[in-house]
Write a protein that binds this ligand. Structure first.
Ligand code: GLG
Length: 797
């Protein structure tokens, strides 16, 4: 596409799709017009991919996920379609600011964090590889809340990304599926009829997801809940206006909000309804498509692979069995076999509080037939393996992890360490009964968004050095290794980082009105706020460091900017206190004339995908400091390493594998191992001992306790202090001393810029393995038994 053609396409959509004249068009109008122009090109590719999937009778992968944290789509689409030059030139002629258009797009926050972002990276990688696939999820009207700070405290505001038209989706009213809840069951022989008492409709909305070079496109189908019987005219005519609108409002609640917590299971009725709503709609859509092509249901596992992303879609097991038995007349045991060979399950966490369990009473009330089937599945499993030891139903609860395990032919962890811990802890007994079921698929990230698009300076440098094959095959980055010994290359590498840091410093000055020194270490911890991720360990080290600088302000300290980003779940009190403490610490440190040129703290609000794209390319140091054994994998850690930030981290999740790839000498390791953590916890008073042994730690805790960061309310952080001193389940105190040591090694290393640049470049060169293309190929081989289809030739741009 030439710039002239692009310009015509934009103007065409501006006039005929948006009904706007160029003279009066606003940023929004231009953004929509550009999006539609790009979308047209994508649609051709997308249709071609769909035609090929049908024609080749390829096995399809269905990725069921409660969350897809896709972020902005316009730049992604432009880059993958190789339309950037055409778009920039066309807009220049039209005198429209390209960057302003990109920034105008709302960030689709249909996810909480890593789990949802992983699903989004997977969608992009499946399209790049040409794996015929479809993502299924919920079209939340309100995604993850917006975070604002008020006197340092987190305030949540609704995220209303759909208040403007969403340029990327196609409404599919013809794909409307009835979903029932409640009611009663009538058994007739081996089958049953379920008569739900409440019905609503799931309507599909399709977003094409285009792969690199536009060679393949898959669909993300998100379900919207709609009332079965809309507006009640009888009531309205009687003047009862609110009641007239009630059925509609009730039905819509189902796709209204994303639950803002991914670490605690809440056992809420609405959540279970959301889970069944999207899972049932997806399965019935899948079966409908399958039956339009094949007439033997036993072929299902050969033609469809259904991935359950965490236990959120775990009801897929019993629902698929129900559809096969009750609605298709297949024998129960055979149905369980078909379902199991089609389904697989990814576990994302070992935190006991996050493993979903549903009260039997609640489950029986909402899904009476499913509860019956769960009991039968459970009995069949016990009979098959001859044990009463492991069951999916226990103590009045349905355990969704166990149910998913029993109903899946493959269960995977998301990093090597996490998978091993799964085998030895949460699924120990089930693993012994089914030793081949658990496999590992270490997470990955898409290099298109997380390097090519977010870090153009580094991307250009890489392409100049080794060509652009790395975008398809990230392990080509190893070809950078010989260049690392070349002083000119290293200088350019460091220069790219410095310019990214300058940009970020300007942005922070403008948005937060805090001046930061681009020569300082940009030390970044961005992720959800959670005790196990230990933002408070980072804060304690910050405070201890500040106090030490104050003792001796004229010693040559290495300047540092601590950057925090992340949201706390609205109901998670401790996390919210950490948020507030971070802001309070920032206030005190940033205004300290003795220390502020050496140490600053910044905490931009509303951390999301777009902010990550700004921060990561400008980072020097990546904080991956979770209590060992608690972070299943992490994916932010991979994005940082790829963009040349060095990691300070524990042996947790994928940090272990990152360290192996980038080599131990290019990674700042500290802290206890997962085994040592478990040992340490057995020692009574472990926190007190650690505090007594380290005066720096004692002094930092005392500063918080005495109210140095909350002079107006000295007791404000006594909750945090008490927790640290008396409980400290996440062994913050016991890891402090070693963390301090590693941080001082960082200072020393950073003071030698050439060596630092070498280590950073080595991180980039060795991060190729962490591409989500590699991860998807792993799933295709080990879990889905699916093959890539022959892709379309490159989009010429
Ligand atoms: C989880 C884990 C992360 C993991 C992510 C993707 O906590 O460690 O990287 O899934 O597998 N809930 C999450 O974000």
């Amino acid at each position: 596409m030439t710039p002239a053609q692009m310009k015509d396409a934009i103007l065409h959509h501006l006039v005929y799709t948006l009904g706007k004249d160029a003279a009066h068009a606003q940023t929004y109008d231009w953004r929509m017009a550009l999006s539609f122009a790009v979308r047209d090109k994508i649609v051709d590719r997308w249709f071609e991919a769909t035609r090929r999937t049908y024609a080749g009778q390829h096995k399809r992968v269905y990725y069921l996920s409660m969350e897809f944290l896709i972020g902005r789509l316009l730049k992604d689409a432009i880059i993958n379609m190789r339309l950037e030059e055409a778009a920039i030139d066309a807009l220049q002629e039209l005198k429209v600011d390209y960057q302003a258009i990109l920034e105008d797009e709302p960030d689709a926050a249909l996810g909480n964090g890593g789990l949802g972002r992983l699903a989004a990276c997977f969608m992009e990688s499946m399209s790049t590889i040409g794996c015929p696939a479809m993502g299924y999820g919920i079209r939340y009207e309100n995604g993850l809340f917006r975070q604002r700070f008020e006197n340092g405290r987190q305030v949540e505001e609704p995220e209303d990304w759909l208040s403007q038209r969403h340029a990327w989706e196609f409404e599919r009213p013809e794909v409307s599926i009835d979903i029932g809840f409640g009611g009663h069951v009538q058994e007739i022989g081996k089958r049953a009829n379920w008569y739900p008492s409440e019905m609503l409709i799931a309507m599909g909305h399709d977003t094409p997801i285009i792969g690199w070079r536009g060679r393949w496109g898959n669909t993300l189908r998100l379900w919207e809940a709609r009332p079965m019987h809309g507006f009640d005219l009888q009531r309205f005519n009687r003047g009862d206006y609110a009641a007239a609108a009630e059925p509609e409002a009730l039905a819509r609640t189902l796709s209204r909000v994303l639950y803002p917590d991914d670490t605690t299971e809440q056992g809420k009725e609405l959540r279970l309804k959301q889970e069944f709503f999207f899972t049932s709609a997806s399965l019935r859509d899948i079966l409908r498509r399958f039956e339009s092509e094949y007439d033997d249901l036993r072929l299902l596992p050969k033609k469809a692979a259904i991935q359950m992303n965490d236990t959120h879609p775990a009801i897929a097991g019993p629902e698929l069995v129900r559809l096969l038995v009750d609605e298709r007349g297949i024998d129960f045991e055979e149905a369980v076999g078909i379902a199991r060979n089609t389904l697989s399950y990814t576990n994302h966490t070992l935190l006991p509080e996050a493993l979903e369990r549903w009260d039997e009473g609640l489950m029986g009330r909402l899904l009476p037939r499913h509860l019956q089937l769960i009991f039968r599945i459970n009995e069949l499993h016990m009979k098959d393996v001859g044990t009463r030891k492991v069951t999916a139903v226990d103590d009045g609860h349905v355990k969704m992890g166990e149910l998913s395990f029993i109903m899946a032919h493959r269960v995977n962890g998301v990093s090597a360490l996490h998978t091993e811990l799964m085998k030895s802890t949460v699924f120990k007994d089930l693993h012994e009964l089914h030793p081949n079921r658990i496999v590992n698929e270490t997470n990955g990230v898409t290099p298109r968004r997380w390097l090519l698009s977010c870090n153009p300076r580094l991307s250009t440098l890489i392409t100049d050095a080794i060509g652009d094959d790395w975008v398809d095959d990230l392990e080509q980055l190893e070809k950078l290794e010989p260049h690392i010994d070349d002083a000119a290359f290293l200088e350019s590498y460091a220069a790219a980082k410095r310019q990214n840091k300058n940009d970020l410093a300007n942005w922070i000055a403008e948005k937060l009105e805090v001046g930061i020194d681009p020569e300082a270490i940009f030390d970044v911890q961005i992720k959800r706020i959670h005790e196990y991720k230990r933002q408070h360990l980072n804060l304690l080290e910050t405070i201890a460091h500040w106090l030490e600088i104050r003792d001796n302000p004229n010693q040559g300290w290495v300047p540092r900017v601590k950057i925090f980003g992340g949201k706390a779940a609205p109901g998670y009190v401790f996390a919210k206190e950490i948020v507030r403490l971070t802001n309070d610490v920032a206030k005190v440190l940033n205004s300290d004339p003795l220390t502020s040129r050496y140490l600053k703290v910044v905490y931009p609000p509303n951390y999301n995908v777009s902010l990550a794209e700004k921060l990561i390319p400008a980072s020097d140091l990546s904080e991956q400091i979770s209590t060992a054994g608690k972070e299943a994998s992490g994916t932010g850690n991979m994005k940082f390493a790829l963009n040349g930030a060095l990691t300070i981290g524990t042996l947790d999740g994928a940090n272990v594998e990152i360290r192996e790839h980038v080599k131990p000498e290019n990674f700042f390791l500290f802290g206890m191992t997962a085994d040592e953590v478990m040992e340490r916890r057995r020692i009574g008073g472990h926190a007190g001992q650690a505090i007594a042994a380290d005066p720096r730690l004692a002094r930092a805790i005392e500063a918080i306790r005495a109210g140095r960061f909350s002079p107006d309310d000295p007791g404000r952080y006594h909750g945090i202090v008490d927790n640290l001193v008396h409980h400290d389940y996440f062994v913050v105190c016991s890891d402090f001393t070693d963390y301090w040591r590693a941080q001082r090694e960082v200072d020393t290393a950073f003071a030698a810029p050439k060596d630092w640049a070498r280590m950073a470049a080595f991180n980039t060169a060795r991060s190729g393995w962490f591409s989500s293309d590699r991860t998807i190929r792993g799933y295709m081989a080990d879990v889905w038994h699916a093959e890539a289809a022959p892709t379309v030739e490159d989009a010429a741009g």
